[in-house]
Ligand binder design. Structure first.
Ligand SMILES: NC(=O)c1ccc[n+]([C@@H]2O[C@H](COP(=O)([O-])OP(=O)(O)OC[C@H]3O[C@@H](n4cnc5c(N)ncnc54)[C@H](OP(=O)(O)O)[C@@H]3O)[C@@H](O)[C@H]2O)c1
Length: 337
């Protein structure tokens, strides 16, 4: 189990990345008790610095010896790095909170969203998985409804920001906008097609079923986090030319009837949720407003008139924060509490 102390030695693996940089910011903002911070990245960035609590801290190259004396290691450097180094860190005594997809569906590894299944942290073997960004925001919004009327089926379409792919994709959107507005052709490198002024119904690899891996993460991770293998989920995930903030059109079918007003009442007091739903006054969540925030914003709640017990919701969250860094730091907070 976790050894409690007044302050902790924390490593951030992938410290130069879109998520890693946000993790360092969130640790500082939330005043996580950090004794020392060790930023780790590849040899490419070793020697550069990050700023933490007004100090320049030198980034070190990740090696198998990086974790001696580390209490908590926040991993955000991709699945390959996590598969190789998370067990090394765990064996060295660190508790790993891993942002990649490497360990999420491992039966021995808890997959945790603090507002939904904090109890799953009770048993772990020093590796804890942070879910996929799109899944996190959806389950935060749906758990209070599931607890009340049991969700039988979820149909979700996502509108996912380029920051979900990492810093190179953010640069690609900027470069393409600049080129196209200067009457030059876009040159996609990260994505298969131009993302500027476009939508790509293609996130992660395609499977033989025709679904993408991102879509199946939403199916499988939702069931694991909600602790209910019977929930039917079908997803279509779409990359859109937004920098930060994933949006989701979510349709649910429930066992018992829940009116839109009852759903609003439940969500108005739900942990981690901001109800932002007043269409008459043009109040609904949008990524531009939600970027930089830690909560999950829910609006456009309305009854699905095509079935007896159905609701539609529009769910928006900052994918780098609640979808990644904030959720990871919240898990660390639960461990040390
Ligand atoms: N972006 C999101 O919204 C989001 C949400 C949830 C989960 N995640 C997951 O978080 C992870 C990182 O995503 P990101 O968006 O932050 O990517 P990113 O911006 O591309 O950053 C990748 C980071 O990993 C480091 N890295 C790459 N190869 C490495 C190696 N061999 N050894 C050590 N460090 C290495 C990079 O360091 P260098 O600078 O040295 O290359 C960089 O710090 C991925 O697994 C992703 O699936 C992302």
């Amino acid at each position: 189990m976790f050894n409690k102390k007044p302050a902790y030695r924390v490593a951030v693996v992938g410290a130069t990345g879109a998520v890693g940089a946000e993790m360092i910011a969130v640790l500082e903002e939330r005043k996580f008790p950090v004794e020392t911070l060790l930023p780790l990245a590849s040899a490419r960035s070793a020697g550069e610095t990050v700023v933490f609590q007004d100090q320049d801290i030198t980034i070190e190259e990740l090696t198998k010896d990086s974790f001696a004396g580390i209490d908590i290691a926040l991993f955000s450097a991709g699945a390959e790095v996590s598969r190789k180094y998370a067990p090394i860190a765990a064996k060295a005594g660190a508790v790993v909170i891993d942002n990649s997809s490497a360990w999420r569906m491992d039966k021995e590894v808890p997959l945790v969203v603090p507002e939904v299944n904090p109890h799953d942290l009770e048993h772990h073997g020093n590796i804890i998985a942070n879910p996929n960004c799109s899944t996190i925001q959806m389950v935060v919004a749906l758990k209070p409804l599931h607890d009340r009327v049991r969700i039988k089926r979820i149909v979700v379409t996502t509108f996912q920001a380029v920051s979900g792919t990492g810093k190179e994709a953010m640069d690609e959107l900027m470069d393409e906008c600049r080129d196209l507005l200067s009457f030059r052709a876009a040159e996609p490198k990260v994505y298969p097609y131009q993302i500027a002024f476009n939508c790509l119904p293609h996130i992660d690899d395609f499977l033989p079923s025709g679904y993408t891996k991102e879509e199946m993460k939403m199916v499988n991770e939702t069931r694991k986090i909600m602790g209910d293998a019977s929930i039917q989920v079908t997803a279509t995930t779409v990359r859109v030319p937004v920098y930060v903030g994933h949006s989701e059109a979510v349709n649910i079918e429930t066992e018992q009837k829940l009116t839109a007003n009852e759903a609003r009442a439940l969500l108005s007091t739900a942990p981690g949720v901001i109800l932002y739903d007043d269409p008459e006054h043009k109040i609904y969540p949008m990524p531009l407003d939600v970027a930089g925030k830690d909560d999950v914003y829910v609006g456009r709640i309305r009854e699905d008139e095509s079935i007896p017990n159905g609701l539609n919701l529009w769910v928006v969250a900052d994918n780098l924060r609640k979808g990644a860094a904030t959720n990871a730091v919240q898990i660390a907070e639960l461990l040390v509490r």
